[in-house]
Design a protein around this ligand. Structure first.
Ligand SMILES: Nc1ncnc2c1ncn2[C@@H]1O[C@H](COP(=O)(O)OP(=O)(O)OP(=O)(O)O)[C@@H](O)[C@H]1O
Ligand SMILES: [Mg+2]
Length: 230
């Protein structure tokens, strides 16, 4: 990897992580600017999800450095890291991971409720995000009553409702057909750009990566910038 450019929001250098005998990360690097969408590509098992989990402060690397806003993550304790995740990061996974007992609007409002926002205020903000993701008409349905693509757009609304500086998305369209996948990506990137949130987008699919500003490839736990051929 080339050295991270000045002004990067999240920078990782020389990350190493092993699970027993399995090397998941073997000197991987990463950097992202505010508002930038970076696609992380590479074959299955290459270390993409491990890289995302390390960057998000969910999994500690064995060695290497991760700085967010100039602050070294390893110097934070667990409580500080989870506070950072709540305040500054949003997450979308392959399967929306919505709470099945709650309605869609309650799911989207949940991060705000957990931060102490009143129900009325939280649901108002939730509905405005759902409108941007074109799922506000599903507000009172439960996740089991909506389609996969709709559920992912609800999950994206939930990830953005707190105004995160970084949105981490691990195969957000992996369970969708290409048409639904493209609509989710269009709305996700549009919403992220409108708030200047950076997006770390893990994907197998070139057509999903095409929504990014820059692509990196992870192979055998090592990362490199990919030249985009236009
Ligand atoms: N919790 C874990 N325990 C043991 N091994 C793990 C764990 N998480 C990941 N690994 C191993 O680390 C390597 C990298 O896994 P990772 O999930 O990061 O790959 P990936 O690129 O996201 O793959 P995929 O595209 O299939 O999601 C793999 O060999 C995997 O089996
Ligand atoms: Mg993965």
């Amino acid at each position: 990897m080339t050295p991270p450019p000045a002004g990067s929001l999240l920078v990782a250098t020389d990350l190493r992580k092993a699970y027993g005998p399995t090397t998941a990360l073997d000197g991987a690097g990463f950097s992202i600017h505010p508002g930038e969408v970076v696609a992380v590509m590479g074959p299955s098992g290459s270390g993409k999800s491990t890289l995302l989990h390390c960057l998000a402060g969910i999994v500690p690397p064995d060695s290497g450095s991760i700085t967010y806003n100039g602050r070294e993550m390893a110097t934070m304790n667990d409580a500080q890291r989870s506070a950072l995740r709540r305040s500054d990061f949003g997450f979308v996974f392959q399967f929306g991971q919505l709470v099945p007992e709650l309605t869609c609007v309650e799911n989207v409002a949940l991060p705000l409720r957990l931060n102490g926002t009143s129900r009325k205020e939280a649901e108002r903000t939730a509905l405005s995000w759902m409108a941007r993701l074109e799922v506000d008409d599903l507000a009172r349905k439960r996740p089991g009553e909506v389609s996969g693509g709709q559920g992912q757009r609800v999950a994206v609304s939930r990830a953005l409702v707190t105004g995160p500086r970084v949105l981490f998305a691990d195969e957000p369209t992996g369970a969708l057909d290409s048409l639904n996948g493209e609509r989710v990506m269009e709305l996700l990137t549009e919403a992220a750009r409108s708030t200047n949130a950076a997006v770390v987008l893990v994907t197998h699919e070139a057509r999903v990566a095409a929504y990014s500003d820059r692509e990196i490839v992870v192979r055998d736990g090592k990362s490199r910038d990919m030249e985009r051929v236009i």
